[in-house]
Design a protein around this ligand. Structure first.
Ligand code: SF4
Length: 406
């Protein structure tokens, strides 16, 4: 099957890129970079790449003035090389999230289903398309009945491999109609799965091989255009990076103390969000309910989600406000354990209280932590007691120092 050049220009992460840009494939990284920066459009390409970084650092949900012309392929490849050069997990996640979201928006606005079908075929997915859409079920919510229909069904093996990172309940195979080995899914869900594929294409692991990276940088830094672009991105990042630390985003009084009081299950979710990793449904619910229970402002809770691949500010604000009105209680430890979200064993220091319990020196007598909010209370109580002990000790030492020598 052959797909159009225009489609590859618009979606340069498609496997057919190899076919259309065979010559590019044979170039080494530095040869490719040299070629880009000796190209008459090099300023345009560099500007577009810089714009993507700016948009990601500014938490935008779309790439401004994005054009889907033939320069798009160079932009995509240079973007990937730049991520390797920067070697920073947080930046990589942010770019991967923004870029994949932008591809999602483009696919969502495709006028015909044939382009989506071609994309799926190019990705090697076993897919059926229906025009007009095929009815496959009925959704009943209270008195409302909605006929479900779709243009696509996908082979369950492909469905499972695409959805493997998205552990949300509604994406489980058992929650989707399966007929003759094909899963019937809404067009939007299919596109969301492809978005995840795109995100993974950009998720270059941080390299441990610092020597190779150094040699690479030494080599490509001689190409002035690349060096300027790299330096610009670095400066942008240096100016903004503190804002991406969740300790700043939460912006609360005594934030350091508060962070010391978080249980491992909470730290893990905040770290994942900080790095722009996807959060599953239960992680999202738990962190919202937990932070609201500690009286975090809605805006700060919403901010935590701003790094996620599917962030939508209005929708998230509505959901967090709704949760605040409902005053939900965060999951208890037993529930978190059954959901695989207890991280007591992963965090050596913070998990000690969870693993060993409290209340007695005798391990048999010790009680187990049953709720993450209790963990916070206990940590704060202990910290207050320690402070008071230190205050009293200092007072006694002062009094002793004033006593005449015997
Ligand atoms: S024991 Fe409870 S508070 Fe501690 S990490 Fe597990 S779920 Fe969280």
């Amino acid at each position: 099957m052959s797909i159009s050049n225009e489609l590859v220009n618009q979606y340069p992460w498609l496997p057919s890129l190899r076919k259309f840009y065979k010559d590019t494939r044979e170039l080494s990284y530095s040869e490719f970079i040299s070629e880009i920066f000796s190209n008459t459009n090099n300023v345009q390409i560099a500007k577009r790449v810089l714009k993507i970084f700016e948009a990601a650092f500014n938490n935008l949900e779309e790439i401004p003035d994005k054009k889907n012309d033939n320069l798009n392929v160079h932009v995509y490849l240079l973007l990937k090389i730049m991520l390797y050069a920067l070697n920073n997990k947080i930046i990589t996640n942010r770019i991967a999230n923004l870029y994949s979201k932008s591809s999602y928006n483009d696919m969502e606005h495709e006028n015909s289903i044939s382009n989506i079908y071609d994309i799926c075929m190019d990705l090697g997915l076993k897919i059926n398309s229906y025009d007009p859409p095929e009815p496959y079920g009925l959704k009943i919510v209270k008195d409302h009945r909605e006929k479900l229909e779709t243009n696509f069904s996908i082979h369950y093996i492909d469905y499972l491999s695409l959805a493997s990172n998205l552990r949300d309940e509604y994406r489980k195979l058992t929650n989707n109609p399966l007929i003759d080995g094909y899963v019937f899914i809404q067009n939007k869900t299919l596109i969301r799965l492809i978005q995840e594929y795109v995100r993974n294409k950009l998720l270059i692991e941080e390299t441990e091989d610092k020597a190779s990276l150094k040699a690479f940088m030494k080599n490509v830094s001689q190409i002035q255009g690349f060096k300027d672009l790299y330096d610009n991105i670095k400066t942008l990042w240096e100016n903004r990076k503190e804002e991406f630390d969740f300790t700043f985003k939460l912006d609360i009084k005594n934030k350091e103390e508060m962070l010391l009081s978080y249980p491992p299950c909470v730290i893990e979710i905040l770290k994942k969000a900080e790095e722009g990793q996807n959060l599953v449904h239960h992680e999202r619910l738990f962190i919202v309910w937990f932070l609201l229970a500690l009286e975090y402002p809605v805006e700060n809770v919403v901010n935590i989600f701003s790094t996620l691949p599917d962030f939508d500010k209005d929708k998230t604000t509505y959901q967090v406000e709704y949760a605040k009105r409902k005053n939900y209680t965060p999951y208890q430890c037993l529930t978190l354990k059954s959901l695989g979200l207890c991280m007591a064993d992963k965090y050596k220091e913070e998990g000690e209280l969870c693993r060993e319990g409290y209340g007695s020196k005798d391990p048999v007598e010790r009680k187990k932590i049953k709720h993450p909010l209790f963990y916070v209370q206990l940590k704060q109580y202990r910290s207050e007691r320690e402070k008071e002990y230190k205050r009293n000790l200092a007072k006694r030492e002062l009094e002793d120092s004033k006593k005449p020598n015997e």
